[in-house]
Every structure is written in C-alpha cells, then in structure tokens.
Design a binder for this molecule. Structure first.
Ligand code: AHR
Length: 325
C-alpha cells in the first residue's frame, strides 16, 4: 500500500515539475510568439478627464478581454507622478508589456529606462513622449495631433472673412495634444494675418475647465468671434459660458473643437459647434495586436497613425445614429 502511495506521489511530482518546466518554456514561447501563454499588460491611463478618455478606456478594456490579454489598469488622475508609480509597480509585477498614454510629454526617460533594463517592452498609446532615445519604447500608436490642429486652422481660414478674434482653450499644459494642436492651428492661420489669437489658456481638457476659462475670457475679450477648443469637452463648457453671457454659441461666436464624441457631435448637429476635427479613441484592438507582436519579439512599425476625418453639422447629423462613442 505504502509503495503504491509513494509511486503515485512521485508520478504527481514529476507531472508538476514537467508542468512548471513547460510553463517557463511557454513564457519563452510567449516571448517568441508561441501559443498558450496569456499576456499580461500593465496599462497606465491618463485619467477620466473627457468623453474621449472614457471611450478610450472602454475600448482598451473590451479589446483586452476579447484578445485574451490580462489587463492591469490604473487611472493616474491626470498626474504624471501617479503614472510613474503605476509603471514602476508594473515593472515590479513583471508584466509582459506596459502600455501608457503619457499625461505630459517630458520627464519619462528614467522610468522607461527601468522598464528597458527589466526587459519589459513599452508601447505608447494615444500620446507621445519627448525623448532623444527612441529605443525606450517599441512603438507609438495614436493620432497625428499636429494634423488635427492644421485641419482646424484650415477650416477657419476658409470659412471666415475680415478681422477674426480667436480665443484658444488649450488642453493640459505640456501634453502632446495641447502642444501639437496649437502648433498645427497656428501654422495654418499664419496665411491670414487678420486672424488673431487674442487669448490662449489651458482648460485641462475638462468641461468645467473650459467653462471657467471661457467665462474669464469673455470678460477680458468681449469682442471674441471664434473659440478654438482642443477638445469637445472644453468646447461644451465654453458653450455654457457663452449662453450665460447672453450670446448664441455657433452664431454670435463660432466654435471649432477636436474629438467628435457623441456630446460634441450632438452640439454640432444642433448648430452650437461649427466644426469638429475627429480624434479616434478606439485604439484597443490595434493596441492588443501590437502588444502580442512585441511580446512575441516580432518587428512592429515605430509609428502607427490613427485614421481620422472631420465633421460639419450636416455630416454630424448623418453620423450620429451610428456613432460608437
Ligand atoms: O490625448 C487625446 C486627448 O486627451 C483628447 O483629445 C482629449 O479629449 C483627451 O483628454
């Protein structure tokens, strides 16, 4: 009887050891694209500052589930130090891949170097970092924010006449979309010296920030003709401020925004916004695809640009019934 038990125990032990062995092999297999290993991704999100961000988070979570990727998710509440903490904790947890959307462009080299030394690949999603060392990340998936600013500027140049007083609601100070959307816009309106940016301030990509900044801008610039808001949420906040000041958004003051989330598109269809440049938040599927490839050691393009369009009120009316976000 004792002999029988001893034999069963050693068979069990052998099976366990073999399984452990195949596990570490499967981790290697995973690294080289082998089947069977579930990838763990640490994702450090910016926060929940806008409708765009909420849609982006949902897209990442749904796509991870569909792709069989185990997602460790953190919300940095728009603070760089929180994102750095989250990335360090993912490094400690030895995740297979880290993805993040940097709150601001600069100040990432140290933590990215830690990830590199730990041999954990990093994917930038939505926003870029400003670093001289592009070996610190595998790829950057996201929009061309300069182009978005250019599209907004082009519309203004083509659709206004005479002197035009613009106020600009910038996104989070130091964030790639705030820097690039400003740059692209300014480059295009340079063709029309009679278009002047009278005031430019950050509303932090939030609706409340947009409202508050717009209230102050209306007091100091009562003759404003156009609002250029770096996202829909700040544009929607500006609409509230404009109405409270007794003016008609979209008519007395024209509004251009970026994103094209449902609330923004509804305001565009209602004539309260005049033009929206799309920024697509549905990056989840592409992100999971890239993650699987980099973990498997496959080569991926260093830059993957999201395809986007623009919307007039008529186009918004048509697009709204099928809008996913
Ligand atoms: O990085 C993308 C930008 O961040 C979106 O335009 C804005 O709504 C968000 O907060």
């Amino acid at each position: 009887m004792l002999k029988k038990i001893a034999t069963s125990v050693s068979v069990l032990l052998l099976a366990t050891l073999t399984a452990c062995g195949s596990d570490s092999t499967s981790s290697k297999d995973g690294d080289s694209g082998g089947a069977g290993k579930k990838i763990t991704m640490g994702f450090a999100q910016v926060g929940a500052e806008s409708g765009w961000r909420t849609a982006n988070t949902k897209s990442v979570q749904q796509s991870a589930k569909a792709a069989g990727v185990e997602l460790k998710f953190s919300d940095a509440q728009q603070k760089q130090e929180n994102q750095i903490k989250a990335i360090r904790s993912y490094i400690q947890q030895k995740v297979d891949v880290i993805a993040f959307s940097p709150v601001v462009e600069t100040g990432w080299d140290a933590v990215l170097l830690e990830a590199k030394r730990a041999r954990i690949p990093v994917i930038l999603t939505d926003r870029a970092v400003d670093s001289d060392d592009d070996t610190l990340y595998e790829t950057f998936l996201g929009s061309d924010f300069v182009k978005e600013g250019e599209k907004a500027g082009e519309w203004l140049v083509e659709n206004t006449e005479g002197p035009v007083n613009v106020v600009e609601l910038q996104g989070t100070t130091g964030a790639a979309p705030a820097i690039d959307r400003k740059k692209g816009f300014e480059e295009k309106i340079a063709a029309r010296p009679d278009i002047k940016i009278r005031a430019s301030q950050s509303g932090d990509f939030t609706r409340s920030g947009g409202k508050q900044v717009m209230e102050a801008m209306l007091r100091s610039n009562p003759d404003v003709d156009v609002v250029y808001a770096h996202n829909d949420d700040m544009g929607l906040g500006a609409i509230e401020a404009i109405k409270a000041a007794g003016k008609k958004p979209g008519k007395d003051i024209k509004i251009i925004t970026v994103d094209a989330v449902k609330d923004g598109m509804q305001a565009l269809a209602d004539g309260e916004i005049n033009y929206i440049v799309e920024c697509n938040p549905l990056l989840g599927d592409q992100l999971m695809d890239l993650a699987k490839k980099v973990v498997a050691g496959e080569k991926v393009p260093k830059r993957v640009v999201t395809e986007e369009t623009t919307f007039t009120p008529e186009q918004a009316k048509k697009a709204l019934p099928d809008r996913q976000y």
